[in-house]
Ligand binder design. Structure first.
Ligand code: PEP
Ligand code: MN
Length: 348
């Protein structure tokens, strides 16, 4: 349940509502204060008892009581940042590579759509690292639309990732598609990726929530922000606080690109949640020519990093070749991104 106060509610009004909410919830921990469009929102976790909103609705300071809305208490407020009036951003630390996502540094993750062979991955990892990427991406397990498409190298792909990680000294992010694979994916990676198609695979969310490796949660291609934060909440609620969101484009009526990159969701997340968010300009546009423009839009809009597909020979990539940058194109983009980051007071 969410109790949304009027925009002119006083500090006293807020304190009264919080006190009543704690009585209803039965504990302080089940009540969290959030901000939405300049109004205070009091979130109350269900306690198994039927809830009567009348006593809240009776207050002049209460605009509305929303019983249906997804409650995301953990993905939501982390305390209010006095400078912005919005939830304080809490960086996700990746201790295995000494990287922090959501802080001053803009974090780039780059690599092929899928792990294809060791030589190519080694080459790509070296280029990615030299250009300033902190993590190498590449799927060993691929969620493909058609069962006849390349499905990834599976366990062999994980072994390649592990060897490349050790040889080059770069972090690794790769996808787990099922709960049973979380353990072995976590062993070779620094961040576990949950793909768009699995954003609401609840057993998978619970499993990554029960371990401590950071999780990159991609937005479902038709998920609202509330559904996305609700999915993050599953992971956080199991005890893993290390969730990074990834906007990767949504389905709209537009046909000019593979998906529609929802840049506007970045400031909307900032208003509701302290979780870091990065952008995938590759899957969202489906076209390598548009990746640079969308990468720059992402950093300007306040994203914390990028997830980009690159390959030594994009036209020979076994999956997603149209949207994949060559190493040279990636180097050029990184050169530009560094000066934009600097102008914005950030580093890469
Ligand atoms: C990926 O990044 O490897 C991927 C499959 O993307 P998405 O889940 O966003 O489609
Ligand atoms: Mn891909």
């Amino acid at each position: 349940m969410r109790i949304i106060l009027n925009s002119n509610a006083t500090a006293h009004d807020v304190a009264v509502v919080i006190g009543m909410a704690r009585d209803v919830a039965g504990s302080r921990e089940k009540v969290r204060v959030d901000h939405l469009d300049g109004r205070v929102v009091v979130n109350v976790l269900p306690n198994g008892q039927p809830f009567d909103p009348t006593e809240f609705n009776r207050l002049d300071s209460v605009e509305t009581v929303d019983e249906s809305e997804t409650v995301y208490m953990l993905a939501g407020s982390t305390g209010i940042d006095p400078d912005t009036g919005y939830p304080r951003k809490v960086p996700v630390e990746i201790p295995s590579i000494d990287v922090s996502v959501g802080g001053h540094q803009f974090i780039v993750m780059a690599g092929p759509c899928a792990v294809e062979n060791e030589d190519d991955l080694m080459f790509t990892a070296r280029i990615a690292k030299e250009s300033g990427a902190k993590l190498l991406r590449g799927g060993a397990f691929k969620p493909r639309t058609s069962p006849y498409s390349f499905q990834g190298l599976g366990d062999d792909g994980l072994k390649i990732l592990s060897r490349v990680r050790a040889e080059i000294g770069i972090g690794v992010i790769t996808e787990a598609m099922e709960p049973g694979a979380v353990g072995k994916v976590g062993e070779v990676s620094d961040v576990i990726q949950i793909g768009s198609r699995n954003m609401q695979n609840f057993p998978l969310l619970l499993e990554v929530g029960r371990q401590s490796k950071p999780v990159l949660l991609k937005r479902g291609m038709s998920a609202t922000l509330d559904e996305w934060l609700g999915a993050a909440e599953y992971i956080l609620n199991e005890g893993n606080p290390n969730v990074i969101l990834c906007e990767r484009g949504i389905r709209t009526f537009s046909r000019h690109s593979r998906h529609t990159l929802d840049i506007g969701v970045i400031p909307a997340i900032r208003e509701r949640s302290g979780l870091p968010v990065i952008v995938d300009p590759s899957h969202s546009t489906g076209s390598s020519s548009r990746v640079p423009a969308m990468s720059k839009a992402a950093i300007a809009a306040g994203a914390d990093g990028l997830l980009i597909e690159i390959h030594p020979q994009p036209d020979r990539a076994l999956s997603d070749s149209f949207q994949t940058l060559s190493h040279e194109e990636f180097n050029n983009l990184m050169f530009e991104m560094k000066s934009i980051a600097k102008a914005l007071g950030r580093g890469i």
